[in-house]
Design a protein around this ligand. Sequence first.
Ligand code: NAP
Length: 326
Amino acid sequence: MRTVLFHELGGPEVLSVEDVPLPDPGPGEVRVRVEALGLNRADAQFRAGTYVLRPTLPGSRLGYEAAGVVDAVGEGVTAFAPGQPVMSAANFGIGAHGVHGEQVVLPVESVVARPEGTDAVTSAAAWLAYSTAYGGMLETGGMRPGDHVLITGASSGSGTAAIQTAVRMGAVPIATTRSAAKRRRLIELGAAHVVTTDEEDLVTAVRRLTGGRGVELVLDAVGGPGFAALGDAVAADGVLVAYGRLDPRPIELSMNWPLSVRTYAHGIAARDAAYRRRAAAFVGAGLRDGSLVPVVAETFEGLDRIVDAHRLLESNAFTGKIVVRI
Ligand SMILES: NC(=O)c1ccc[n+]([C@@H]2O[C@H](COP(=O)([O-])OP(=O)(O)OC[C@H]3O[C@@H](n4cnc5c(N)ncnc54)[C@H](OP(=O)(O)O)[C@@H]3O)[C@@H](O)[C@H]2O)c1
């Protein structure tokens, strides 16, 4: 079977598609025939050596997000059967289990059933983005209807999912982007307001949009020195949830104390089956009722386009998720 590998750290060009032996699923494992894969910024950071986890080289796999069909199950697996459409739950070691290949073996806790009628491309763009928005905003952030929610890096896969999740819950999403070019698209996707951070002061804009109060919740994909301003934009009793490190520089903390800062990571889904059930119910219901519509920025055809897909990711000239159909 063909799989995406890299043997040294670097840019998109270090990726290659190579034949590797087809593994059999062991006890508690599921083998999936991948139909489409989704890109995440973590894939690019892992490949470049700037992610929180480091690859074992040479011969590292990569990839958190994919959708496909179960083609074999290991001993003791009863939750899934061959032929069943599934998505990867992104709670596994990315180097060992990376899902960007024709077939992958995953622990059963890392497999989620695909909602009925959802195609492979849509599903590859769905699970990690919406479960992160659900987990970060509702479970960790305690988002309530009517809350103003500041969503940073809002044109990202997770950010576009967060805008839709806020709208679905009756909250008011305020989206940030560095570039005015993405403003209109973010409004089309449901943002009530867009703050262009290269052009306006974030805290001033947020105070103006919230009658001086600040936001009840921030969902932050960026981190870095700009994290301090996010804390300054939080209302009294509000919450700042960090889930990403698009800016790898050290985080600076606001002195708007007392300030509640929490973190969210998808690894929780591996440890907590009840959490996984709640996230699957929320995401599945949203996909079925049409309130959550995965935003696919571009679909590349064939695993050999993986380098082009990574180049688009690094250009930042897209809104939503980049998908490769196999
Ligand atoms: N904790 C979790 O469970 C979890 C789950 C999913 C993702 N993540 C993390 O969340 C982050 C977002 O991932 P993603 O795949 O959704 O992102 P993505 O789709 O790659 O995000 C792309 C957008 O983010 C903005 N951006 C990129 N670099 C930036 C920077 N240095 N500063 C500010 N904005 C920047 C750009 O938008 P503009 O040009 O419009 O500003 C860019 O178009 C990553 O750090 C990822 O590892 C964490």
